[in-house]
Ligand binder design. Structure first.
Ligand code: ASP
Length: 319
C-alpha cells in the first residue's frame, strides 16, 4: 500500500483511508478471494521478535507470514546478542544486512520504535510496546466488529478495566472514534484516567450505569506486571465484585450485547467462565480474524516501495 509507514508504531501513523484499505484487504484474505501475495522478484523474509511473552500475537503473525508465502524467521531474543548488551538498532541493522525485510517486535519499553521513524534500520510492525500501543490488536478488533455487522457510527463501547496500563486500550481509544464510536473508560481510580479532554471519551467508576449505556463491551486484563511500586494492587481482591463481567450481571441489566477481550483472560477476575462460554463472548472471533488483518498489514508494509531503509552514512546496506 502506497505511503504505508515503514515503522508502524501507532494507530495515528495511519490515515482513515489506509485503515479502510486494510479492512478491505483483510476481508479478501478471509474470503480467500485473494491469493497469497505475488512476490515476483524475491520472497520476503519476515522475522518475529518478541521481547515479552505472547501466545496470540506471536502465533497469529507467524501464521499470517506463512500463509502469505514469506520466509519466516523466529528471532529468539532470549538467545540473541541483545542479551549481551547489543542495542536494538544494531540488532535490526544486522537482521536487515542478512536479508530480513520486516521485523515484528514486541517490547516492554513504551515508544521503543519512535527513534527509528526517520531512519528505519528495517521495516517494523509494533507487536505491542510497553503501555503505549498495540495497533494490530485494535485493527483486528475493528475488523471483527465489522465482520459481526456492527456499525460503529453513533454507538458507545465501554472499555472496562486497567485502561491506564493497557496498550490495547490506548490503540482502541485512537481507532474507534475515527469511525464515530464513543468510548466510556470504566474502572477504579488508578485504572482509568481522572479526566479526558477528548470529546469521544468519557470516564466512569461505575460499572452498572456504564454497561447499561453501551452497545457493546470490551474488557481488559489487569496489567499486574506494570503495577510494581504503585498502589493499584489494592483493587485486586474486590475487582470481580465491582468490575467483573458475568452472565448473571448482564442478564440482570438486560444487556444482550457482544463482549470483546484481547486475551489472555484472567477467568473469574475481569470475566467469568460462563460468559466466556456464551455466544456473547467474541474473543475467539478476534483470534480468527487476527490472521487476516495481520496478513493485510504485512502485505501493506512490504509493498510500500520505501527505499529509505537500512541507510548508513547515506548508503543502503543492501539492495
Ligand atoms: N495481549 C494483549 C497485550 O499484549 C493484552 C494483554 O496482555 O492484556 O497487550
Amino acid at each position: 500500500m502506497n505511503n504505508f509507514p515503514s515503522v508502524f508504531e501507532a494507530i495515528s501513523d495511519l490515515s482513515k483511508d489506509q485503515i479502510e484499505g486494510l479492512l478491505i484487504l483483510a476481508k479478501k484474505y478471509k474470503d480467500r478471494s485473494y491469493d497469497k501475495s505475488d512476490f515476483t522478484n524475491r520472497i520476503p523474509i519476515v522475522a518475529n521478535s518478541f521481547l515479552e511473552n505472547s501466545t496470540r500475537t506471536k502465533n497469529s503473525f507467524a501464521i499470517a507470514i506463512k500463509k502469505l508465502g514469506c520466509h519466516y524467521l523466529d528471532f529468539n531474543t532470549e538467545t540473541s546478542s541483545l542479551k549481551k548488551g547489543e542495542s536494538l538498532e544494531e540488532t535490526l541493522l544486522t537482521l536487515y544486512s542478512q536479508g530480513v525485510d520486516l521485523c515484528i517486535i514486541r517490547t516492554s519499553v513504551s515508544h521503543h520504535f519512535s527513534e527509528f521513524k526517520n531512519n528505519a534500520p528495517i521495516k517494523i510492525i509494533n507487536g505491542g510496546d510497553g503501555t503505549n500501543q498495540h495497533p494490530t490488536q485494535a485493527l483486528l478488533d475493528l475488523f471483527t466488529m465489522t465482520e459481526l455487522g456492527i456499525d460503529l457510527e453513533g454507538k458507545t463501547m465501554a472499555i472496562i478495566g486497567d485502561c491506564v496500563h493497557s496498550r490495547v486500550g490506548h490503540s482502541l481509544m485512537e481507532l474507534l472514534p475515527l469511525f464515530g464510536c464513543k468510548i466510556i473508560l470504566c474502572g477504579p481510580s488508578g485504572f482509568v484516567p481522572e479526566s479526558s479532554d477528548n470529546d469521544s471519551i468519557e470516564i466512569s467508576n461505575d460499572l452498572e450505569s456504564t454497561v447499561k449505556r453501551c452497545d457493546f463491551l470490551y474488557t481488559l486484563r489487569i496489567q499486574k506486571e506494570r503495577h510494581s511500586g504503585t498502589d493499584q494492587t489494592k483493587h485486586y481482591e474486590t475487582y470481580h465484585d465491582k468490575y467483573g463481567l458475568n452472565k448473571e450481571r448482564l442478564e440482570k441489566w438486560n444487556k444482550n450485547v457482544p463482549v470483546f477481550h484481547p486475551g489472555p483472560a484472567n477467568i473469574g477476575i475481569e470475566i467469568s467462565s460462563d460468559l466466556m462460554k456464551s455466544n456473547l463472548y467474541k474473543g475467539y472471533d478476534q483470534v480468527v480474524n487476527s490472521i487476516h488483518m495481520r496478513m493485510a498489514i504485512i502485505t501493506s508494509i512490504l509493498s510500500n516501495n520505501d527505499k529509505n531503509i537500512g541507510i548508513i552514512d547515506g548508503q543502503r546496506i543492501r539492495d
